[in-house]
Design a protein around this ligand. Structure first.
Ligand code: AMP
Length: 441
């Protein structure tokens, strides 16, 4: 199937060309015809499948070919600022030639510029629930002419406690509308929400909740006290484009980001305590390659779209099998390939088995040939020891230059100075993994 088969307006076809999409992804093939017909859709699809374009393209076709311009007719609600910004950017790229206007609305930044952009005649709003409610309460936004509502990553909105806000927002919307709800998983609460907000929906499902099959998975068993040492060894021995490292706590994300930097890697950490500016700088730096490694907690990483992530490394195993799927949704996106490595300690056995049940297959274990798995715990716990930083000018990476990562990257730029760029264009992936010996788990 080709994009031509959907009979999109030439201005939309121009946007698809700009984005560089050649063929529609499975979720696009399944969802676009129903959305074009005006049907409600329940989409079971994780991030990375191309679901944003699956709703953005047919919504823009509707806005372009019917009805009035200059008033809000489509609303997308997303759980995080990053996801909202990413969806807004997708509308901007795909709708570049359409003249349609999209505005992103989220907290942590001033309201007046958002109000000004809405007043300029935006047709599409991409919003996080809290700030959208503020606008609705202050009557700085009118949704009286809304035709299409999209609830994206509904399961994350539920996890983050947004369901009451969503219900309040929905009361402000016309009853007569098209509603699309996307979720990677379908807990009971989301099923209930779907029944409330959707009318005779068409269900489209991509690979149940299994992750993209372009991702290969591996376990790295390790004693807990050697996790950081092993992480460094894996990074040194693996050719990677860019790496997203997940930790359980924000404290640990910060500390590991610092340790990687000390060892000469270009790394940043993303955790809930950062200001919006610093978050954006870390994300931009990761997107444009200034930072090759981003260390993040699950919450902080929500909504990150980094098409070029070649490796996801679970420093800590996630709390649920679904969270594993969400984490590795950041790699192997839309038919590119990626690797997902998980450091596992003895107590992680039950969660690994639950993840394997969800994946429907065993995950192989790997050992590094020249790694000392018997090494005693360091005298001071590596993860939490924090030697004072020397002055910037005298700071040097400890332990010599890593073999593959930092050597290929420019030295760290000031994050605040990093320009905003949209996703990097694909380059030839370098994924060979050396010195890794598979072993049966
Ligand atoms: P999403 O699941 O919407 O977050 O999309 C994941 C990534 O796939 C984004 O970087 C999109 O730009 C990209 N993408 C979406 N549709 C296509 C397509 N048809 N061909 C290639 N890449 C795509």
């Amino acid at each position: 199937m080709n994009f031509e088969d959907f009979n999109f307006h030439p201005q939309i076809m121009a946007g698809i060309l700009t984005a560089g999409y050649q063929t529609p992804t499975p979720i696009q093939i399944q969802a676009i015809p129903s959305v074009l017909k005006g049907q409600d859709v329940l989409g079971l699809a994780q991030t990375g499948t191309g679901k944003t374009a699956a709703f953005a393209l047919p919504i823009m076709q509707r806005l372009l070919t019917t009805g009035r311009r200059g008033q809000v007719r489509a609303l997308v609600i997303a759980p995080t600022r990053e996801l909202a910004e990413q969806i807004h950017n997708s509308f901007a790229t795909l709708g570049e030639k359409t003249g349609l206007r999209s505005v992103s609305i989220y907290g942590g930044v001033g309201m007046p510029p958002q109000v000004a952009r809405i007043k300029q005649g935006a047709e599409i709003i991409v919003a996080c629930p809290g700030r959208l409610l503020d606008h609705l309460n202050q009557k700085t936004i009118s949704l009286a002419h809304l035709e299409v509502l999209v609830l994206d990553e509904a399961d994350h909105m539920f996890d983050m406690g947004f369901l009451p806000d969503l219900r309040r927002i929905i009361q402000h919307l016309p009853r007569q509308r098209q509603t699309l709800l996307f979720s990677a998983t379908m807990p009971e609460a989301i099923r209930g929400l779907a029944m409330e907000v959707l009318s005779r929906p068409v269900t489209v499902q991509i690979g149940s909740t299994a992750p993209a099959d372009t991702v290969s998975h591996a376990l790295y068993p390790v004693p807990a006290h050697l996790k950081t040492t092993l992480l460094l060894e894996i990074l040194r021995h693996t050719d990677t484009e860019s790496v997203l490292v997940f930790t359980r706590t924000k404290h640990r994300a910060k500390r590991i980001g610092e340790q990687l930097e000390k060892k000469g890697f270009t790394a940043a950490s993303l955790q809930g305590n950062l200001s919006q500016n610093r978050r954006q700088a870390a994300l931009n730096g990761f997107r444009d390659g200034t930072f090759q490694i981003l260390v993040a907690t699950d919450i902080a990483a929500r909504g990150i779209d980094v098409s070029q992530v070649s490796h996801v490394i679970n420093y800590d195993i996630p709390d649920t099998p679904e969270a594993y799927v969400h984490r590795i949704g950041r790699t192997g996106r839309a038919a590119r390939t990626g690797d997902a490595f998980t450091l596992v300690t003895e107590e992680d056995g039950p969660m690994i088995r639950a993840i394997e049940r969800l994946l429907g297959s065993r995950i192989g274990s790997r050992r590094l040939d020249d790694f000392d798995y018997q090494a005693p715990p360091p005298k001071v716990d590596q993860e939490f020891a924090r030697p004072p930083h020397p002055p910037r000018s005298t700071r040097k990476p400890a332990g010599g230059q890593p073999k593959t990562l930092a050597a290929r990257r420019p030295s760290r730029a000031t994050p605040e100075a990093a320009p905003f760029r949209q996703e990097r264009r694909p380059t030839a992936p370098a994924r060979s993994t050396r010195h890794h010996r598979p072993s049966s788990s």
